[in-house]
Design a protein around this ligand. Structure first.
Ligand code: SF4
Length: 381
């Protein structure tokens, strides 16, 4: 295998793209000002030329060919199994991107995610050409998705977006965060509720799938209700395919941390976030989106399902948590932050109570349980 082969990859992808091939079509974020976002700070946005993108696709194509050849040589008949992946991963000379291609073939998802934060800013003809080239080069590619900003999606015409869909771009992920204008302004999100609605509707009108991310807790104590209600109202006008929850955390490296310190922003407690999500879900009306809580930062991961049928069940899960005795809530939060359960009923469902009681006593002996739970959650950012 050729250890000189590599292609560029960016720092993040959505949780739902964990098993995707990652290709970087542009670098970093052209906006880069959101107060809560730690990702691209001190990095400059950069467009990549079509030639650079095609060279990366060519490198991925060669890696794929070499991995399949290895599979035949190992007697695996072109299948990328444990043995083949192990061989690639145990070779320290190979690049991370080489490993990503091997893992991608192993998982067999066929999904490709185009990095970084706003691929729709790329000239539509150039992006369509690059997406088409990718589809022609790698036969295993089934679904291509990317991140975009709502303000850019609002500027693109339905015709331009349709060109991209026809070239093979299937899904766009947008960080809505909130649909409440004063909060968008306070967080320096660089968009408005109206632009979010237009951008989302444009993507849907072009026939692409749309995934919108909402950030529970973003309104803080001051705007929790407005955040929940207005975000739901905006989404009710878009009817995205997916609504994904990703709860706010405030690590020290984000600008919002200064607001937290000087009192301009007051964080919600875990319980208040659950109440906020309850209000948000109860306000989702007349849409058929799939709600997902597939992020490690969310306290309850099982708040999910397709609207409108799943709404009642989601509210029941949230109400069940809110109705627990205080000690039981703490036990569950510990269990969740330890990564051992997805909802409170998992404690007994998976026989975790004994272990958890012992862990809880250890934590309580170390100091304030609330502080320790916050530290555990913040360490996941
Ligand atoms: S637009 Fe997205 S990537 Fe850019 S700063 Fe805001 S949250 Fe971060």
């Amino acid at each position: 295998m050729d250890s000189s082969l590599s292609f560029e990859q960016g720092p993040i992808r959505p949780p739902s793209e964990a098993k995707s091939l990652l290709l970087r079509f542009s670098r970093n974020c052209p906006w880069n000002k959101c107060k809560f976002c730690p990702v691209y700070k001190r990095r400059t946005f950069g467009r990549r030329t079509l030639e650079e993108i095609k060279a990366d696709i060519d490198a991925a194509t060669q890696m794929r060919e070499q991995i399949l050849k290895l599979s035949w040589a190992l007697g695996s008949a072109g299948k990328v199994n444990d043995q083949v992946v192990q061989k690639v991963f145990s070779n320290p000379a190979l690049s991370d991107s080489f490993r990503n291609v091997a893992a991608w073939l192993y998982y067999g998802t066929g999904n490709v995610f185009l990095q970084d934060a706003n691929s729709l800013l790329i000239n539509p003809e150039t992006l369509a050409e690059a997406v088409g080239y990718l589809r022609r080069s790698i036969p295993e590619v089934e679904r291509i998705t990317t991140y975009a900003r709502s303000s850019t999606a609002a500027q693109r015409t339905v015709e331009e977006l349709t060109l991209l869909r026809k070239a093979g771009l299937d899904r766009v992920h947008i960080g809505l965060e909130t649909g409440y204008d004063p909060l968008l302004k306070f967080m320096k999100k660089g968009t408005t509720a109206a632009k979010q609605i237009k951008g989302g509707q444009n993507i849907k009108a072009a026939g692409m799938e749309l995934s919108e991310y909402v950030m529970p807790g973003l309104g803080g104590k001051k705007w929790s209700k407005e955040h929940a209600v207005h975000s739901a109202q905006v989404l009710n006008q878009i009817n995205p395919d997916f609504i994904r929850l990703r709860t706010l955390r405030v690590p020290t490296r984000v600008e919002l941390y200064k607001d937290l310190e000087n009192g301009a922003f007051e964080k919600l407690s875990d319980d208040e976030v659950v109440e906020e999500i309850r209000l948000f879900v109860s306000c989702l009306e007349g849409i058929e989106s799939y709600v997902a809580s597939d992020h490690i930062m969310n306290l309850i991961e099982t708040v999910e399902g397709r609207l409108p049928d799943a709404k009642e069940n989601m509210l029941e899960i949230l109400d069940h948590y809110l109705g627990l005795p205080e000690k039981e809530k703490l036990m569950y939060r510990l269990c969740r932050r330890m990564g051992r359960c997805r909802e409170p009923r998992d404690i007994d469902r998976y026989g975790l109570r004994g272990d958890l009681t012992a862990a809880f006593e250890r934590v309580a002996a170390q100091g304030d349980v609330e502080d320790i739970l916050t530290q555990m959650a913040d360490s996941m950012v």
